[in-house]
Ligand binder design. Structure first.
Ligand code: RP5
Length: 167
């Protein structure tokens, strides 16, 4: 049973949404990925959001660009956490998406990550699920340790070989 729903407004969002999926894969978390536009197919969207709880989702990661209503509308219907990913856009650079997603009215929160922040959305979903899953919590902790070691190794290389090796 998928624990996370990943939904995007268009296939053009896929490169960013794939980063969320990759993060969930790294933690061994099951998810279902869908392309559903709240604007272009509202009936399909409402069915998706209404059925999400009974499908077993505990978190929805929703990505959208421009007038990005998909995450907020998921949060209006789905009773558990929704993480919104604002897409970078060609005309307004993604600030349009960011403002659309982050400026939710009081009472209907969406946890918004950075513009194109697919990876962080996946990690945040893992952390939310880890609050009730000790095995997953261990994996989240191990991930942080590996990340720290990776930065330390880069600094080590810098100290030994100089900045030229990074250019
Ligand atoms: C939104 O409109 C999608 O999430 C996408 O980011 C944006 C543009 O969609 P396309 O015109 O590329 O299909 O609904």
């Amino acid at each position: 049973m998928p624990k996370v729903g990943i939904v995007m407004g268009s296939d053009s969002d896929m490169p960013v949404m794939a980063k969320a999926a990759e993060a969930l894969d790294a933690f061994g978390i099951d998810y279902e990925m869908r392309i559903i536009s709240a604007h272009r197919e509202p009936e399909e969207f409402f069915s998706y959001a209404k059925e999400a709880e009974e499908k077993g989702y505990k978190v929805i990661i929703a990505g959208a660009g421009k007038a990005a209503h998909l995450p907020g509308m998921c949060a209006a219907i789905f009773p558990m956490p929704v993480i919104g990913i604002p897409m970078k856009t060609s005309d307004l650079g993604g600030v349009d998406s960011l403002y659309s997603i982050v400026q939710m009215p009081s009472g209907v929160p969406v946890a918004t990550v950075a513009i194109n922040g697919g990876q962080n959305a996946g990690i945040l979903a893992a952390k939310i699920l880890a609050t009730g899953d000790n095995e997953l919590l261990q994996k989240v902790k191990e991930y942080a340790v590996k990340q720290k070691e990776s930065v330390m190794a880069k600094d080590d290389k810098l100290q030994k070989e100089g900045y030229h090796v990074f250019l």
